[in-house]
Design a protein around this ligand. Structure first.
Ligand code: NDP
Ligand code: 8X3
Length: 261
């Protein structure tokens, strides 16, 4: 809790799943001695989460903001316009991301391709670029990028999503090397199957198709990943939990493996 005390943590995609769970985990681990900037497109969800955490974790301070990371031009101005008491960010959690569809190359909707690339890759890169100058100025700060098993092991129907997550991996690696002479840490957390709104979003709202993904398995909960994220950030400054691959116990590779019978 001491290592997290008075930190300012910015989370993208905090309205659901891993992002929302990470907000709660930081609040709890710091006993409320923390400031959170919670962003996503669904402001109502953020307001609800903020009021829940504010009640439960005094003296926590929370700033919520509607931010669409796929709108790259809005990111720089958002960082610059943060209220003064939230402007000196210490930890950036690049969590906003999605898979859209499971169509194979040749049949992938252009909107799905753009949605994944703009959110998972361009959004993450632009957010990082906007925050890096602050971190360099104080020679400190943590960047936590949420990758995926899909960035390590591609699967049919995942060409774009897997490409975006491997882009997150190599971007994170390059950045860690660029920052080797600084006090800035780059952490990458790669989850396996976590039951969140991820599959509902992937199947464009088809709840039955989403439920089928986890049928007969015990997936991770978003809290499981939140614990790993907060663990990494709360290590001693000289410790970098550079990459964490986290599976539920039934999984040991990409969750979608196609086999010809
Ligand atoms: P959820 O769908 O539950 O949450 C995704 C979050 O991202 C939501 O808060 C959503 O908020 C936000 N988001 C989506 N698009 C945008 C956007 N354009 N701008 C800002 N925020 C956006 O899924 P998860 O919690 O599972 O996903 C979080 C991360 O974890 C993603 O990067 C995902 O790829 C990764 N991941 C998930 C796995 C899983 O099995 N669930 C496994 C491996 C990685 P809103 O809609 O309000 O904008
Ligand atoms: C989500 C994991 O395997 O469904 O990143 O693509 S998978």
């Amino acid at each position: 809790a001491e290592r997290l005390a008075n930190k300012i943590v910015l989370i993208t995609g905090a309205s659901s799943g891993i992002g929302a769970a990470t907000a709660k985990e930081f609040a709890s681990a710091a006993n409320g001695n923390i400031k959170l900037i919670l962003t996503a497109r669904r402001q109502d969800r953020l307001t609800e989460l903020a009021s829940e955490l504010t009640k439960q974790y005094k003296p926590i301070q929370i700033h919520t903001a509607k931010l669409d990371v796929s709108d790259a031009n809005s990111i720089g101005p958002f960082i610059t316009a943060l209220p003064k008491e939230f402007s000196d960010i210490d930890v950036l959690i690049n969590n906003a991301g999605k898979a859209l569809g499971k169509d194979q190359v040749g049949n992938i909707a252009t909107d799905d391709i753009n949605g994944m690339l703009q959110t998972n890759v361009l959004g993450l890169i632009t957010m990082t670029q906007a925050v890096i100058p602050l971190f360099k100025k104080k020679d400190a700060g943590d960047i936590v990028n949420i990758g995926s098993i899909a960035g390590r092991e591609p699967y049919p129907g995942g060409a774009i999503y897997c490409a975006t997550k491997s882009a997150v991996k190599f971007f994170s690696h390059s950045l860690r090397k660029e920052l080797i002479n600084t006090g800035i840490r780059v952490l990458e957390v790669d989850p396996g199957a976590v039951e969140t709104e991820f599959s509902v979003v992937r199947f464009h709202g088809d709840k039955a198709a989403a439920d089928k993904v986890y049928e007969g398995t015990t997936p991770l909960t978003p809290e499981d990943i939140a614990e790993v994220i907060v663990f990494g950030v709360s290590r001693r400054q000289n410790t970098v939990v550079a990459e964490s691959l986290v599976f539920p116990s039934h999984q040991a590779g990409a969750s979608h493996i196609y086999k010809k019978q």
